[in-house]
Design a protein around this ligand. Structure first.
Ligand SMILES: Cc1cc2nc3c(=O)[nH]c(=O)nc-3n(C[C@H](O)[C@H](O)[C@H](O)COP(=O)(O)OP(=O)(O)OC[C@H]3O[C@@H](n4cnc5c(N)ncnc54)[C@H](O)[C@@H]3O)c2cc1C
Length: 371
């Protein structure tokens, strides 16, 4: 496996679970043991949770996990991965799980939250700050803004469009923006974009905004530069093109944030886990492996909203309210699509994930009792 996070680790562990007894090596360019990025924008950034809480369980003795091992080249014909120190690592089967990195606005000096080290730097800056600007109103930007508010900072989110509009659709975007404003988060739409003038100043249309800390959360870029010259197919979005079994080429599979399927990337935790499993199955069983059928699910916590979403996005129109009340911001909602599938959304509503997934999948079904 090349990549040191959840997709690579899941693929490695799935090979073992499927009975593979050959050598399994995970090559990670990070200095850390594998960890989850999920708490980096939440409890860890806020200083509420220790860094150790992000660490994933140790891979186990039957998996070799190498830190500081950056892959720089792939030769699929010779079946060799070359590392930055020129070590050659031969393989029989390969999973590419190199994920993505933060997109930057300022050539590298802007603050971002992608890695554990990034989160530590931003957390220490926030600890002494009184104000923050977050550039980018996607899931990550809104979570970072929420954390800034929890720390007592004055915070403004700036985006080209209303936060979450492109990702979730207008109905949920309106809900999230209203919750953000109630939370004391300023929201500013800058259709012409922003220009970072320096560490503390950003031009936004005619005005110049200032804050003690400016954090960029303007998307991510798949880590594929090490594949240059390998002949592996890249999509227009920069992701590695994988087929319905997560195969990229003979004996090469891919999983997680680096992957583009049907012209689309799905940079969410559950997708990385499920593709990690599918990639391992594809290496072991090739064309005989079951096609990977995504069952989209993800969650976000922001501005007092705990959103759990099962199904395709973005959403048009208004939802059915299956339980709870939208006015109270505690509800179970469902959007039914033209093809008979549905997307279910739990807003501050406790429901086991399997039940939510059942509501969000396939043709609409009756609300389960107790929902
Ligand atoms: C701050 C934050 C919060 C998030 N919160 C949520 C959430 O609440 N819910 C949700 O569903 N998703 C969330 N996500 C998304 C989720 O974390 C990602 O989808 C997931 O981490 C993807 O896993 P991955 O293994 O594919 O890639 P990554 O996590 O990007 O890991 C790829 C690994 O490969 C390594 N690598 C890259 N290039 C090389 C190379 N050339 N050689 C060796 N190693 C290399 C990288 O350093 C990294 O360790 C969040 C993401 C972030 C950044």
């Amino acid at each position: 496996m090349v990549g040191g996070s959840i997709a690579a680790l899941t693929a490695a562990q799935s090979l073992r679970a499927e009975g593979f007894d050959g050598q399994v090596t995970v090559l990670s360019d990070e200095a850390h043991r594998p960890y989850s990025r999920v708490p980096l924008s939440k409890g860890i950034l806020a200083g509420r949770e220790p860094v150790e809480s992000a660490l994933l369980p140790e891979p186990g003795d039957d998996i070799e996990f190498r830190t500081g091992a950056r892959a720089t080249r792939l030769d699929p014909r010779a079946r060799v991965v070359t590392l930055a120190d020129d070590t050659q690592v031969p393989y029989q089967g390969l999973v590419v799980a190199t994920g993505a990195r933060a997109r930057r606005l300022d050539g590298g000096s802007d603050l971002v939250v992608r890695t554990l080290d990034d989160a530590r730097v931003v957390a220490s800056r926030l600890a002494t700050a009184r104000s923050a600007i977050v550039l980018g109103g996607g899931f990550l930007g809104m979570e970072i803004a929420t954390t800034c508010r929890a720390l007592g900072l004055e915070v403004t989110v700036v985006d080209l469009a209303p936060p979450l509009l492109r990702l979730l659709g207008p109905w949920l975007s309106d809900l999230a923006v209203a919750a953000a404003r109630d939370h004391g988060i300023g929201v500013r739409v800058a259709p012409d974009g922003v220009t970072l003038l320096d560490e503390y100043t950003v031009r936004c249309g005619e005005s110049v905004l200032e804050a003690d800390v400016i954090v960029c959360a303007v998307g991510d870029v798949p880590n594929t530069s090490w594949l240059e010259g390998s002949g592996l197919p890249l999509a227009a979005d920069g992701g590695l093109v994988a087929d319905e079994r997560c195969l990229v080429a003979p004996d090469i599979a891919a999983a997680g944030d680096v992957v583009s399927r049907h012209g689309r990337r799905t940079p969410h935790w559950t997708n990385a886990v499920e593709q990690g499993r599918a990639a391992a199955a594809a290496l072991l069983h090739g064309e005989a492996a079951r096609p990977y059928c995504p069952d989209p699910y993800f969650w976000t916590e922001q501005s007092g909203l705990d959103l759990k979403i099962s199904g395709e996005l973005p959403l048009t129109g208004a939802p059915e309210v299956l339980a709870g009340s939208v006015d109270d911001r505690s509800a179970l909602l469902r959007w039914t699509h033209d093809d008979g599938t549905a997307t279910a959304v739990a807003v501050n509503h406790r429901l086991p994930i399997v039940k939510l997934k059942r509501l969000g999948a396939g043709p609409p079904v009756a609300t389960p009792s107790g929902a």
